[in-house]
Design a protein around this ligand. Sequence first.
Ligand code: GTP
Ligand code: SPV
Ligand code: MN
Length: 595
Amino acid sequence: MTKNVSLNDWITEIQTLCTPDNVVIWNGTQKEYNDLAEDCVNNGKAIRLNPKKRPNSLLFRSHPSDVARVEKRTFISTTKKYDAGPTNNWVSPSKLKPIMTGLFRNSMAGRTMYIIPFSMGPIGHEFSKIGVEISDSPYVVLNMHIMTRTGSRILDMLNNGSEFVKCLHSVGYPLKPGQIDPAWPCAPMEDKYISHFPEDNMIWSYGSGYGGNALLGKKCFALRIASNQARNEGWLAEHMLILKLTDPKGNINYITGAFPSACGKTNLAMINPSLEGWKAETCGDDIAWMRVQNDGRLYAINPENGFFGVTSGTSEKSNPVALATVKDNTIFTNAALTDDMDVWWEDLTEEAPNHLIDWKGKDWYRGSDIRPDHPNARFTSPLTNCPILAKEYEEPVPISAILFGGRRPTTIPLIHQSYDFLHGIFIGSIMGSQITAAAIDANIGKVRRDPFAMLPFIGYNIADYINHWLDIYHQSTDALLPKIFFVNWFRRDENNKYIWPGFGENSRILKWILERTKDYANYKPTPIGMIPDVARLDLSNLKISKGALDTLFEVNRDAWTEEINSIDEYYKIYKDTLPNVLKNQLHLLKERFKI
Ligand code: GTP
Ligand code: SPV
Ligand code: MN
């Protein structure tokens, strides 16, 4: 056992409750990783990819019902319903704990229980937090090994009495003696619970083995629990990428970007700028922990140690950096398998191979009308695989601009800037985006409000969350805080095609953004915010029609009247808790439109 009494007590309690066959403490060595990976291959849980093409890499195929986060089964369990707020599923701990204790009872029978000590953030950094995940899923262990800093170094800190977040996970599929384990065990939807107990700094996840449901350091800890810790301690835990940009003169700036799930964070974090002389480096692709420091500036650090990225759409043309990142030591989930034991996904190559094994393990032939990979298929790779990883990725970096964004086929221009920080908070609060395959949802493609790209991840009441952003604002001033922008790479034309080429070409917009943070680029005021003077935007060597540009930068009064009506309607979720800042900003927006 360990030298941490509360950890020992907890391990004993869970062992007694879940009755696993074995208990293993994860020390985090490469040998353990290799051995467990080999076990998974031998037990039919994983496929080893061709070592000549993809060294030390695995393909897992999930159960077809367990392919993404399950927002309907995700709960914030607080004593008072108010503390979960109108955007979260709430059940009181006194009701939820007995239900889940019943599910966890003997849930690990026939399985090994792994104790995974991990650090979110660099080991020992003053901003970092420790967690311990107990899980009966080898897939989770292998992924946590890549996604977090794990093992004996964290155990040492726990042995010295470090506090930790308790993260309990079971796939919810106990085995009877002699029963054969399926490749991807999980529980039926109605038994899945992804539960957060912020009052106890505790997470209980039952029934799913996939991604954010099961890798508890990620969304459950680094966003939902950490947002509670951040609120109490005066900082921010956000669903944001962190990007380092160096302009042709050698000036360095850092930006963050909050886009909803599967809306372009990883791709922007790995951008290959089309503009000559610009250099981009990755600090983080999904989560940023941010604090105002003594100089009044907002600093961000990535608490993760790996990428859990969407494969779909990733190609040599769209994202060569991601392709280099996944070249070895990578776990793929729900990609298709090629005849030479490598992976394939939609858009990897212009034409699909003739024959594949699809993500359900069935033969697939080119021309089939179903796709061979799952739209939420993912890669898990260490940060250090990324060829453009910034050398300061383990340091907090000062942020010049915050980008909000989403998938909006209409209405929202390619880029606009908020008039000031408070207007920026408003823009964050009204963010809308089409629902993607990153969560199991029947309404893929429907636009929903996703404030700050945090709708599924705010671990407390959204009104308090907005007020917390105000508190951060009051820790500094407009002049020192990042400038706030909204981008929309996803506007579509009448044929439903994206109008803007996106990816590396987004560097043109980043250039304008950085100029705006220094205040020397031209802009045009509009009722919704400041947009570029298109005549002065750097569109060198880009083929794009005048008509396309007109659409990309249009602020259409009718469309915005509809948008404002929809915001009015949406704000009703706050009832009498709508923060004044949002009321005032909505009023100002209406005034600027003379509505
Ligand atoms: P999560 O990991 O779920 O949080 O997603 P993410 O925000 O990191 O999104 P990601 O960068 O993985 O992109 C999701 C999808 O959007 C992929 O299929 C990308 O190819 C596509 N995408 C990303 N950036 C762009 C862009 O600039 N233009 C277009 N058209 N598609 C993009
Ligand atoms: C997201 O959905 O925002 C993700 C993937 O980053 S998951 O880890 O499954 O939450
Ligand atoms: Mn994400």
